[in-house]
Design a binder for this molecule. Structure first.
Ligand SMILES: *Cc1c(COP(=O)(O)O)cnc(C)c1O
Length: 397
């Protein structure tokens, strides 16, 4: 049997590969340069153009772009009416922002457990956590596979709760034939460089509700409006505006918007390549002893943002940490998504304790995020598979 590099063998590849990387071409660079030579660096024409493009792409009626996805979650919670003393239900298998947005509003995040096979939030667990104080559910499309929107929407609307989709991973995915972004009450996208398309930093909130749309615009820009229909006092002239609520400066610049418009032109290509790589990984790993492949639900036509390798630690002589380090020694540099949010010291100090979501906690012990990005070559993909196969075989009991 071949010796893993961590035991002194030869690594499967010479050059390190990382778990994610943006893809920037000349068209992207030119788009940003053109804005720099134009009259508007922010609040210019690229913002409206991008918002229209996101609507056309998803079928959502309205899109509001903002400085990052976290800002998007914050204003979505404000628009949902989340405030002091309220509760917001979310998953612990996510980036901290999905729960922090509730804390920003003075509300308490309540963690629901995941489905042990899809790893997405379990609608039945959400139902158990609903109380009279629940204002919103923040449902994360983990790895890019859609959450079960139909049961979640039914539950939320029966109880008068707003469904906010944390779609940081989901752009391009369809749920039951409709693009994610056009289905939940509000959907957030993130355009951080590790995501499927990037603006450097950037986010958006999509909605079909005119009322939510108007409020999102207010909260994005200081709570200030010039819209005559919204003014509470009579206009005093062309310069006149009013602040109606306490908003923020969460605007996106035109440089970022131009970059993202150019990136979105490549989304189909990006999506096709990601699907190819995922299909190859699934094929290779589904027969491998000790390895579990994430379950795909037929309702979701998925553009995967992350690829999760799950190991059954009881079948190996090593644990996840050693498996991760062994992959690193093969020059396959991985990551882990995610540490359950309530494990963080900040959350411990707020009174959260381990044990609330057993499925999520078990998942965390067993997962490794493998490289997945558009620019990976077939050789890159095969070397990742080879590294996993070598380590799995060597340490299998
Ligand atoms: C990236 C990410 C966010 C935050 O988005 P930013 O644009 O980095 O603020 C929120 N939720 C999830 C699940 C993410 O992956």
């Amino acid at each position: 049997m071949e010796k893993p590099a961590i035991e002194g063998g030869k690594p499967v590849r010479e050059q390190k590969i990382y778990y994610g990387h943006q893809y920037i071409d000349e068209a992207d660079i030119q788009a940003v340069v053109d804005v720099l030579r134009s009259d508007y660096l922010t609040c210019g024409p690229k913002i409206g153009e991008l918002e229209k493009k996101l609507c056309d792409l998803t079928g959502a009626k309205y899109a509001v772009v903002c400085s990052n996805g976290t800002a998007g979650l914050h204003i979505a919670c404000l628009v949902a009416g989340v405030g002091e003393g309220d509760e917001v239900i979310t998953t612990p298998v996510t980036f901290a922002a999905s729960a922090n947005c509730a804390l920003y509003c003075g509300a308490r995040p309540v963690f629901a457990d995941i489905n042990p096979e899809t790893y997405n939030i379990d609608p039945a667990s959400v139902a158990e956590r609903v109380t009279g104080k629940t204002k919103a559910v923040v449902a994360v499309d983990y790895t890019g596979q859609s959450v079960e929107l139909e049961p979640l929407l039914r539950l939320c609307h029966e109880k008068g709760i707003v469904l906010i989709e944390d779609g940081a991973h989901v752009i391009g995915t369809k749920y039951k034939g409709k693009k994610n972004g056009s289905i939940a009450d509000m959907t957030m996208f993130s355009f951080h460089p590790v995501k499927t398309v990037t603006a450097g930093e950037g986010g958006a909130v999509l909605t079909n509700s005119e009322e939510y749309y108007q409020k999102l615009l207010l909260y994005r820009a200081h709570g200030i409006t010039r819209d005559e229909r919204l003014l509470e006092h009579a206009s005093e002239g062309a310069w006149y505006y009013e602040q109606l609520v306490l908003g923020y400066n969460y605007r996106m610049t035109d440089m970022q918007a131009a970059l993202l418009i150019s990136q979105l032109d490549k989304l189909d290509r990006f999506g096709r390549r990601r699907k190819e790589i995922v299909a190859r990984y699934n094929e290779a790993f589904s027969g491998m002893p000790g390895i579990v492949v994430q379950k795909e639900i037929p309702e979701s036509d998925t553009i995967r943002h992350l690829y999760i390798l799950r190991i059954k630690p009881e079948e190996f002589t090593i644990d996840r940490r050693h498996f991760f380090e062994a992959l690193g020694a093969e020059n396959v540099c991985c990551n882990v998504h995610y540490i359950p949010t309530y494990y963080f010291p900040y959350y411990e100090k707020l009174g959260y304790r381990r044990g609330i979501c057993p499925n999520a906690e078990k998942l965390y012990e067993e997962i490794i995020t493998l490289p997945l990005y558009y620019a990976m070559s077939d050789e890159d993909v095969e070397s990742v598979i080879e590294a996993v196969g070598k380590i799995a075989a060597y340490y299998h009991r």
